[in-house]
Write a protein that binds this ligand. Structure first.
Ligand code: XYL
Length: 433
Protein backbone atom coordinates (compact mmCIF):
# COMPACT_ATOMS: atom_id res chain seq x y z
CA UNK A 1 0.00 0.00 0.00
CA UNK A 2 1.16 3.53 -0.78
CA UNK A 3 -0.44 6.52 0.94
CA UNK A 4 -0.84 8.61 -2.20
CA UNK A 5 -4.63 8.54 -2.14
CA UNK A 6 -4.87 8.51 1.67
CA UNK A 7 -8.27 9.66 2.92
CA UNK A 8 -10.01 9.28 -0.45
CA UNK A 9 -12.98 6.93 -0.17
CA UNK A 10 -14.06 4.23 -2.60
CA UNK A 11 -16.32 5.89 -5.19
CA UNK A 12 -19.82 4.38 -5.23
CA UNK A 13 -23.04 5.08 -7.07
CA UNK A 14 -25.33 7.30 -5.01
CA UNK A 15 -27.73 8.48 -7.72
CA UNK A 16 -28.65 11.82 -9.22
CA UNK A 17 -29.75 13.33 -5.92
CA UNK A 18 -26.30 12.99 -4.34
CA UNK A 19 -24.17 16.06 -3.74
CA UNK A 20 -21.19 13.99 -2.57
CA UNK A 21 -18.38 14.81 -4.99
CA UNK A 22 -16.75 11.45 -4.24
CA UNK A 23 -19.73 9.50 -5.63
CA UNK A 24 -21.14 8.57 -9.00
CA UNK A 25 -24.44 10.18 -9.85
CA UNK A 26 -24.95 8.28 -13.12
CA UNK A 27 -22.37 5.51 -13.36
CA UNK A 28 -24.09 2.52 -11.87
CA UNK A 29 -22.13 -0.53 -13.11
CA UNK A 30 -24.92 -3.08 -12.54
CA UNK A 31 -27.77 -1.04 -14.00
CA UNK A 32 -29.22 -2.83 -17.02
CA UNK A 33 -29.29 -0.85 -20.25
CA UNK A 34 -30.72 -2.48 -23.39
CA UNK A 35 -30.23 -5.87 -21.76
CA UNK A 36 -26.59 -5.37 -20.76
CA UNK A 37 -24.90 -4.10 -17.58
CA UNK A 38 -23.78 -0.47 -17.81
CA UNK A 39 -20.20 -1.45 -16.97
CA UNK A 40 -20.19 -3.92 -19.88
CA UNK A 41 -21.45 -1.28 -22.29
CA UNK A 42 -18.94 1.39 -21.35
CA UNK A 43 -15.85 -0.72 -20.49
CA UNK A 44 -13.99 2.25 -18.97
CA UNK A 45 -10.21 2.25 -18.98
CA UNK A 46 -7.68 4.48 -17.20
CA UNK A 47 -4.73 5.62 -19.35
CA UNK A 48 -1.41 5.01 -17.56
CA UNK A 49 0.43 7.75 -19.48
CA UNK A 50 -1.80 10.67 -18.62
CA UNK A 51 -2.66 9.63 -15.08
CA UNK A 52 0.67 8.36 -13.79
CA UNK A 53 3.46 9.37 -16.19
CA UNK A 54 2.62 12.93 -17.31
CA UNK A 55 4.67 15.58 -15.48
CA UNK A 56 2.36 18.52 -16.29
CA UNK A 57 4.54 20.27 -18.86
CA UNK A 58 3.40 22.52 -21.69
CA UNK A 59 5.37 24.25 -24.48
CA UNK A 60 6.15 27.15 -22.11
CA UNK A 61 6.94 25.41 -18.88
CA UNK A 62 8.15 22.10 -17.53
CA UNK A 63 6.94 19.89 -14.71
CA UNK A 64 4.19 21.09 -12.39
CA UNK A 65 3.13 17.72 -10.97
CA UNK A 66 5.32 16.14 -8.32
CA UNK A 67 4.83 12.44 -7.82
CA UNK A 68 6.82 10.24 -5.46
CA UNK A 69 7.24 7.62 -8.22
CA UNK A 70 8.79 9.93 -10.83
CA UNK A 71 12.28 8.68 -11.76
CA UNK A 72 14.07 6.01 -13.73
CA UNK A 73 14.36 2.96 -11.50
CA UNK A 74 12.47 -0.29 -11.45
CA UNK A 75 11.49 0.29 -7.81
CA UNK A 76 9.85 3.60 -8.71
CA UNK A 77 8.10 1.96 -11.66
CA UNK A 78 6.74 -0.66 -9.25
CA UNK A 79 5.52 2.09 -6.91
CA UNK A 80 3.80 3.77 -9.88
CA UNK A 81 2.05 0.49 -10.66
CA UNK A 82 0.96 0.12 -7.02
CA UNK A 83 -0.52 3.63 -7.04
CA UNK A 84 -2.24 2.87 -10.34
CA UNK A 85 -3.95 -0.21 -8.92
CA UNK A 86 -4.98 1.76 -5.83
CA UNK A 87 -6.66 4.26 -8.11
CA UNK A 88 -8.36 1.52 -10.15
CA UNK A 89 -9.73 0.16 -6.88
CA UNK A 90 -11.00 3.55 -5.67
CA UNK A 91 -12.75 4.18 -9.00
CA UNK A 92 -13.91 0.62 -9.61
CA UNK A 93 -12.26 0.98 -13.03
CA UNK A 94 -12.70 -2.21 -15.03
CA UNK A 95 -9.74 -1.64 -17.40
CA UNK A 96 -6.46 0.18 -17.94
CA UNK A 97 -4.23 0.89 -20.97
CA UNK A 98 -0.49 1.44 -21.22
CA UNK A 99 2.51 2.14 -23.46
CA UNK A 100 5.79 0.37 -22.66
CA UNK A 101 7.40 3.73 -21.85
CA UNK A 102 4.70 4.56 -19.25
CA UNK A 103 5.30 1.49 -17.15
CA UNK A 104 9.04 0.73 -17.37
CA UNK A 105 12.23 2.77 -17.11
CA UNK A 106 14.09 3.22 -20.41
CA UNK A 107 17.23 1.07 -20.53
CA UNK A 108 20.60 1.99 -22.05
CA UNK A 109 20.06 -0.66 -24.74
CA UNK A 110 17.10 -2.38 -26.37
CA UNK A 111 17.85 -5.52 -24.35
CA UNK A 112 17.80 -3.59 -21.08
CA UNK A 113 14.51 -1.84 -21.94
CA UNK A 114 13.03 -5.24 -22.77
CA UNK A 115 14.20 -6.72 -19.45
CA UNK A 116 12.73 -3.72 -17.61
CA UNK A 117 9.42 -4.17 -19.43
CA UNK A 118 9.29 -7.87 -18.55
CA UNK A 119 10.05 -7.14 -14.88
CA UNK A 120 7.23 -4.58 -14.63
CA UNK A 121 4.83 -6.77 -16.58
CA UNK A 122 5.45 -9.48 -13.96
CA UNK A 123 4.71 -6.95 -11.22
CA UNK A 124 1.52 -5.76 -12.93
CA UNK A 125 0.49 -9.38 -13.55
CA UNK A 126 0.84 -10.09 -9.81
CA UNK A 127 -1.23 -6.99 -8.98
CA UNK A 128 -3.91 -8.10 -11.45
CA UNK A 129 -4.27 -11.40 -9.63
CA UNK A 130 -5.57 -9.43 -6.63
CA UNK A 131 -7.62 -6.97 -8.69
CA UNK A 132 -10.73 -7.00 -10.85
CA UNK A 133 -9.17 -4.50 -13.28
CA UNK A 134 -8.20 -5.97 -16.66
CA UNK A 135 -6.11 -4.71 -19.57
CA UNK A 136 -8.11 -3.07 -22.37
CA UNK A 137 -5.05 -2.53 -24.55
CA UNK A 138 -1.32 -2.24 -24.63
CA UNK A 139 0.77 -0.26 -27.08
CA UNK A 140 4.32 0.85 -27.84
CA UNK A 141 5.54 4.40 -27.45
CA UNK A 142 7.32 4.90 -30.77
CA UNK A 143 7.30 8.70 -30.61
CA UNK A 144 8.83 10.19 -27.41
CA UNK A 145 12.49 9.16 -27.65
CA UNK A 146 14.66 11.17 -30.06
CA UNK A 147 15.40 8.04 -32.10
CA UNK A 148 11.81 8.25 -33.38
CA UNK A 149 11.98 11.90 -34.41
CA UNK A 150 11.61 10.97 -38.13
CA UNK A 151 9.04 8.24 -37.52
CA UNK A 152 9.11 4.57 -36.54
CA UNK A 153 7.99 2.18 -39.32
CA UNK A 154 8.17 5.05 -41.85
CA UNK A 155 11.66 6.18 -40.80
CA UNK A 156 14.27 6.73 -43.53
CA UNK A 157 16.72 4.78 -41.32
CA UNK A 158 16.13 0.99 -41.48
CA UNK A 159 17.65 0.60 -38.00
CA UNK A 160 14.76 2.62 -36.57
CA UNK A 161 12.32 0.35 -38.43
CA UNK A 162 14.14 -2.62 -36.83
CA UNK A 163 14.05 -1.08 -33.35
CA UNK A 164 10.36 -0.30 -33.76
CA UNK A 165 9.48 -3.79 -34.98
CA UNK A 166 11.38 -5.38 -32.08
CA UNK A 167 9.64 -3.00 -29.64
CA UNK A 168 6.17 -3.80 -30.99
CA UNK A 169 6.93 -7.51 -30.69
CA UNK A 170 7.90 -7.01 -27.02
CA UNK A 171 4.78 -4.93 -26.37
CA UNK A 172 2.50 -7.48 -28.06
CA UNK A 173 4.08 -10.19 -25.90
CA UNK A 174 3.46 -8.04 -22.81
CA UNK A 175 -0.14 -7.34 -23.85
CA UNK A 176 -0.81 -11.02 -24.43
CA UNK A 177 0.77 -11.98 -21.10
CA UNK A 178 -1.49 -9.51 -19.28
CA UNK A 179 -4.59 -10.79 -21.08
CA UNK A 180 -5.13 -7.59 -23.10
CA UNK A 181 -8.34 -7.37 -25.11
CA UNK A 182 -6.71 -5.30 -27.89
CA UNK A 183 -3.36 -4.07 -29.15
CA UNK A 184 -3.23 -0.45 -30.39
CA UNK A 185 -0.96 1.23 -32.93
CA UNK A 186 -1.08 4.99 -32.93
CA UNK A 187 1.25 6.34 -35.63
CA UNK A 188 2.87 8.88 -33.33
CA UNK A 189 5.41 10.32 -35.76
CA UNK A 190 4.38 8.33 -38.84
CA UNK A 191 4.04 11.38 -41.03
CA UNK A 192 6.23 14.19 -42.20
CA UNK A 193 7.36 17.72 -41.46
CA UNK A 194 8.30 18.72 -45.03
CA UNK A 195 7.76 17.09 -48.40
CA UNK A 196 11.17 18.44 -49.44
CA UNK A 197 12.89 15.53 -47.68
CA UNK A 198 10.12 12.90 -47.78
CA UNK A 199 9.44 9.93 -50.07
CA UNK A 200 5.70 9.40 -49.47
CA UNK A 201 5.47 6.25 -51.58
CA UNK A 202 8.31 4.47 -49.82
CA UNK A 203 7.12 5.47 -46.34
CA UNK A 204 3.59 4.13 -46.99
CA UNK A 205 5.02 0.83 -48.22
CA UNK A 206 7.16 0.52 -45.09
CA UNK A 207 4.12 1.22 -42.90
CA UNK A 208 1.99 -1.32 -44.79
CA UNK A 209 4.62 -4.06 -44.49
CA UNK A 210 5.08 -3.25 -40.80
CA UNK A 211 1.37 -3.69 -40.14
CA UNK A 212 1.28 -6.98 -42.06
CA UNK A 213 4.08 -8.24 -39.78
CA UNK A 214 2.10 -7.18 -36.71
CA UNK A 215 -0.93 -9.13 -37.94
CA UNK A 216 1.24 -12.18 -38.75
CA UNK A 217 2.73 -12.07 -35.28
CA UNK A 218 -0.71 -11.84 -33.69
CA UNK A 219 -1.56 -15.21 -35.26
CA UNK A 220 1.87 -16.67 -34.50
CA UNK A 221 1.52 -16.08 -30.75
CA UNK A 222 -2.22 -16.78 -30.67
CA UNK A 223 -3.16 -13.31 -29.42
CA UNK A 224 -6.94 -13.32 -29.42
CA UNK A 225 -7.43 -9.59 -29.05
CA UNK A 226 -8.09 -7.06 -31.81
CA UNK A 227 -5.37 -5.04 -33.54
CA UNK A 228 -6.44 -1.39 -33.60
CA UNK A 229 -5.09 1.66 -35.44
CA UNK A 230 -5.75 5.09 -33.99
CA UNK A 231 -6.18 7.88 -36.57
CA UNK A 232 -4.93 11.42 -35.98
CA UNK A 233 -4.45 14.15 -38.61
CA UNK A 234 -1.54 16.13 -37.22
CA UNK A 235 0.48 16.69 -34.04
CA UNK A 236 3.21 15.79 -33.50
CA UNK A 237 3.91 15.61 -37.26
CA UNK A 238 2.69 18.40 -39.50
CA UNK A 239 0.91 15.71 -41.51
CA UNK A 240 0.14 12.29 -40.02
CA UNK A 241 -0.42 9.43 -42.46
CA UNK A 242 -3.28 7.91 -40.42
CA UNK A 243 -5.24 11.14 -40.90
CA UNK A 244 -8.78 10.00 -40.14
CA UNK A 245 -11.08 6.98 -40.38
CA UNK A 246 -11.52 7.23 -44.17
CA UNK A 247 -7.78 7.54 -44.78
CA UNK A 248 -6.92 4.57 -42.58
CA UNK A 249 -9.58 2.44 -44.28
CA UNK A 250 -7.97 3.22 -47.65
CA UNK A 251 -4.59 2.25 -46.22
CA UNK A 252 -5.94 -1.04 -44.82
CA UNK A 253 -7.55 -1.90 -48.19
CA UNK A 254 -4.32 -1.10 -50.02
CA UNK A 255 -2.41 -3.62 -47.90
CA UNK A 256 -5.19 -6.22 -47.69
CA UNK A 257 -5.75 -5.72 -43.96
CA UNK A 258 -9.31 -4.37 -43.82
CA UNK A 259 -10.60 -7.56 -42.22
CA UNK A 260 -7.71 -7.84 -39.76
CA UNK A 261 -7.45 -4.40 -38.19
CA UNK A 262 -10.08 -2.17 -36.62
CA UNK A 263 -9.90 1.39 -35.36
CA UNK A 264 -9.51 3.12 -32.03
CA UNK A 265 -11.31 6.41 -32.65
CA UNK A 266 -10.47 9.39 -30.46
CA UNK A 267 -12.76 12.36 -29.83
CA UNK A 268 -9.98 14.96 -29.93
CA UNK A 269 -8.40 13.52 -33.05
CA UNK A 270 -11.74 13.63 -34.86
CA UNK A 271 -12.06 17.32 -34.01
CA UNK A 272 -8.49 18.02 -35.19
CA UNK A 273 -9.36 16.32 -38.49
CA UNK A 274 -12.31 18.70 -38.97
CA UNK A 275 -14.90 16.02 -38.24
CA UNK A 276 -17.27 15.42 -35.37
CA UNK A 277 -16.59 12.41 -33.14
CA UNK A 278 -19.92 10.87 -34.12
CA UNK A 279 -19.05 11.22 -37.80
CA UNK A 280 -15.85 9.23 -37.31
CA UNK A 281 -17.66 6.57 -35.26
CA UNK A 282 -20.52 6.26 -37.75
CA UNK A 283 -18.10 5.99 -40.66
CA UNK A 284 -15.96 3.36 -38.92
CA UNK A 285 -19.09 1.38 -38.04
CA UNK A 286 -20.36 1.59 -41.63
CA UNK A 287 -17.03 0.18 -42.83
CA UNK A 288 -17.08 -2.60 -40.22
CA UNK A 289 -13.93 -1.34 -38.49
CA UNK A 290 -15.21 0.32 -35.31
CA UNK A 291 -13.13 -1.20 -32.52
CA UNK A 292 -12.74 1.06 -29.49
CA UNK A 293 -12.79 4.69 -28.46
CA UNK A 294 -10.37 7.08 -26.81
CA UNK A 295 -12.63 9.38 -24.87
CA UNK A 296 -11.65 12.95 -24.18
CA UNK A 297 -12.56 16.50 -25.10
CA UNK A 298 -10.71 18.92 -27.30
CA UNK A 299 -10.82 22.61 -26.78
CA UNK A 300 -12.78 23.89 -29.77
CA UNK A 301 -10.81 27.11 -30.06
CA UNK A 302 -7.20 26.19 -29.39
CA UNK A 303 -6.55 23.93 -32.40
CA UNK A 304 -4.39 21.41 -30.60
CA UNK A 305 -4.95 18.10 -28.88
CA UNK A 306 -5.89 19.23 -25.37
CA UNK A 307 -6.94 15.75 -24.11
CA UNK A 308 -9.36 17.08 -21.48
CA UNK A 309 -11.83 14.91 -19.62
CA UNK A 310 -15.28 14.91 -21.24
CA UNK A 311 -17.87 17.00 -19.41
CA UNK A 312 -20.57 17.55 -22.02
CA UNK A 313 -23.06 14.71 -21.95
CA UNK A 314 -25.28 15.78 -24.91
CA UNK A 315 -22.19 15.70 -27.12
CA UNK A 316 -21.10 12.31 -25.80
CA UNK A 317 -24.64 10.98 -26.26
CA UNK A 318 -24.29 11.48 -30.02
CA UNK A 319 -21.15 9.34 -29.86
CA UNK A 320 -22.66 6.54 -27.75
CA UNK A 321 -25.72 6.51 -29.99
CA UNK A 322 -23.41 5.49 -32.85
CA UNK A 323 -21.76 2.86 -30.66
CA UNK A 324 -25.20 1.43 -29.80
CA UNK A 325 -26.30 1.48 -33.46
CA UNK A 326 -23.13 -0.45 -34.28
CA UNK A 327 -24.13 -3.13 -31.75
CA UNK A 328 -21.89 -1.93 -28.89
CA UNK A 329 -18.30 -2.78 -28.07
CA UNK A 330 -16.95 -6.31 -28.37
CA UNK A 331 -13.25 -6.22 -27.40
CA UNK A 332 -13.18 -2.41 -27.34
CA UNK A 333 -14.16 0.06 -24.66
CA UNK A 334 -13.95 3.67 -23.48
CA UNK A 335 -10.37 4.62 -22.68
CA UNK A 336 -9.90 7.98 -20.97
CA UNK A 337 -7.10 9.34 -23.10
CA UNK A 338 -7.51 12.45 -21.00
CA UNK A 339 -5.32 14.37 -18.61
CA UNK A 340 -5.93 16.69 -15.73
CA UNK A 341 -4.82 20.31 -16.27
CA UNK A 342 -1.30 21.20 -15.18
CA UNK A 343 -2.65 23.25 -12.26
CA UNK A 344 -4.60 20.26 -10.92
CA UNK A 345 -1.94 19.26 -8.45
CA UNK A 346 -3.82 17.24 -5.85
CA UNK A 347 -4.39 13.47 -5.79
CA UNK A 348 -8.12 14.27 -5.46
CA UNK A 349 -8.00 16.05 -8.82
CA UNK A 350 -6.94 12.83 -10.53
CA UNK A 351 -9.75 10.86 -8.93
CA UNK A 352 -12.44 13.50 -9.49
CA UNK A 353 -11.43 13.96 -13.14
CA UNK A 354 -12.24 10.29 -13.70
CA UNK A 355 -15.42 10.45 -11.61
CA UNK A 356 -16.65 13.32 -13.79
CA UNK A 357 -15.59 11.63 -17.01
CA UNK A 358 -17.24 8.34 -16.09
CA UNK A 359 -20.42 10.08 -14.97
CA UNK A 360 -20.60 12.16 -18.16
CA UNK A 361 -20.26 9.04 -20.30
CA UNK A 362 -22.78 7.09 -18.22
CA UNK A 363 -25.30 9.91 -18.49
CA UNK A 364 -24.68 10.08 -22.23
CA UNK A 365 -25.09 6.34 -22.65
CA UNK A 366 -28.39 6.38 -20.75
CA UNK A 367 -29.73 9.19 -22.97
CA UNK A 368 -28.56 7.48 -26.15
CA UNK A 369 -30.08 4.18 -25.04
CA UNK A 370 -33.45 5.83 -24.25
CA UNK A 371 -33.66 7.24 -27.75
CA UNK A 372 -32.41 4.04 -29.34
CA UNK A 373 -35.00 2.04 -27.44
CA UNK A 374 -37.74 4.49 -28.36
CA UNK A 375 -36.92 3.89 -32.02
CA UNK A 376 -38.34 7.20 -33.37
CA UNK A 377 -35.05 8.30 -34.86
CA UNK A 378 -34.44 4.97 -36.57
CA UNK A 379 -38.01 4.94 -37.90
CA UNK A 380 -37.54 8.45 -39.32
CA UNK A 381 -34.27 7.36 -40.93
CA UNK A 382 -35.86 4.23 -42.42
CA UNK A 383 -38.76 6.31 -43.72
CA UNK A 384 -36.36 8.68 -45.48
CA UNK A 385 -34.90 5.80 -47.48
CA UNK A 386 -38.14 3.84 -47.89
CA UNK A 387 -38.21 4.44 -51.65
CA UNK A 388 -35.16 2.21 -51.97
CA UNK A 389 -37.17 -0.76 -50.65
CA UNK A 390 -39.28 -0.94 -53.84
CA UNK A 391 -38.35 -3.68 -56.37
CA UNK A 392 -37.79 -1.07 -59.15
CA UNK A 393 -35.32 0.90 -57.02
CA UNK A 394 -33.43 -2.24 -55.97
CA UNK A 395 -33.26 -3.49 -59.56
CA UNK A 396 -31.88 -0.13 -60.71
CA UNK A 397 -28.64 -0.73 -58.82
CA UNK A 398 -27.88 -3.75 -60.97
CA UNK A 399 -28.93 -2.16 -64.26
CA UNK A 400 -27.19 0.37 -66.56
CA UNK A 401 -27.41 4.05 -67.42
CA UNK A 402 -29.26 3.23 -70.69
CA UNK A 403 -31.84 1.05 -68.93
CA UNK A 404 -32.39 3.71 -66.30
CA UNK A 405 -32.83 6.38 -68.96
CA UNK A 406 -35.42 4.21 -70.70
CA UNK A 407 -37.36 3.85 -67.42
CA UNK A 408 -37.20 7.57 -66.63
CA UNK A 409 -38.68 8.30 -70.08
CA UNK A 410 -41.26 5.51 -70.03
CA UNK A 411 -42.52 6.28 -66.50
CA UNK A 412 -42.06 10.03 -66.84
CA UNK A 413 -40.09 10.05 -63.54
CA UNK A 414 -40.11 13.52 -61.98
CA UNK A 415 -38.68 13.55 -58.39
CA UNK A 416 -40.57 15.61 -55.80
CA UNK A 417 -38.25 16.99 -53.04
CA UNK A 418 -39.11 16.00 -49.44
CA UNK A 419 -38.16 17.70 -46.21
CA UNK A 420 -35.07 16.36 -44.42
CA UNK A 421 -36.83 17.30 -41.15
CA UNK A 422 -33.60 18.27 -39.41
CA UNK A 423 -35.11 20.61 -36.81
CA UNK A 424 -37.87 18.13 -35.97
CA UNK A 425 -35.24 15.46 -35.41
CA UNK A 426 -33.11 17.82 -33.33
CA UNK A 427 -36.16 18.56 -31.18
CA UNK A 428 -36.74 14.83 -30.84
CA UNK A 429 -33.10 14.32 -29.79
CA UNK A 430 -33.39 17.07 -27.18
CA UNK A 431 -36.32 15.31 -25.54
CA UNK A 432 -34.02 12.42 -24.67
CA UNK A 433 -30.70 13.96 -23.60
C1 XYL B 1 -1.84 10.75 -28.51
C2 XYL B 1 -2.56 9.44 -28.65
C3 XYL B 1 -1.96 8.32 -27.83
C4 XYL B 1 -2.57 7.01 -28.17
C5 XYL B 1 -1.77 5.83 -27.79
O1 XYL B 1 -2.49 11.77 -29.20
O2 XYL B 1 -3.91 9.61 -28.33
O3 XYL B 1 -2.10 8.61 -26.47
O4 XYL B 1 -3.84 6.87 -27.63
O5 XYL B 1 -0.49 5.87 -28.31
Amino acid sequence: MTDFFAGIPQIRYEGEGSSNEFAYRHYNPDEMILGKRMEDHLRFAVAWWHSFAWPGGDPFGAQTLERPWFGDTLDLARMKADVAFEMFEILGAPFFCFHDADIRPEGATFAESKRNLEAIVDHIGARMERSKTRLLWGTANLFSHRRFMSGAATNPDPDVFAWSAATVKACMDATKKLGGANYVLWGGREGYETLLNTDLKREAEQAGRFLQMVVDYKYKIGFEGTILIEPKPQEPSKHQYDYDVATVYGFLKRFGLENEVKLNVEQGHAILAGHSFEHELALAASLGILGSIDMNRNDYQSGWDTDQFPNNHPEMALAYYEVLRAGGFTTGGTNFDAKIRRQSLDPEDLILAHVGGMDTCARALKAAARLYEDGSLERARADRYAGWETPEAKAMLSSSLEEIEARVLAEDINPQPRSGRQERLENLWNRFV
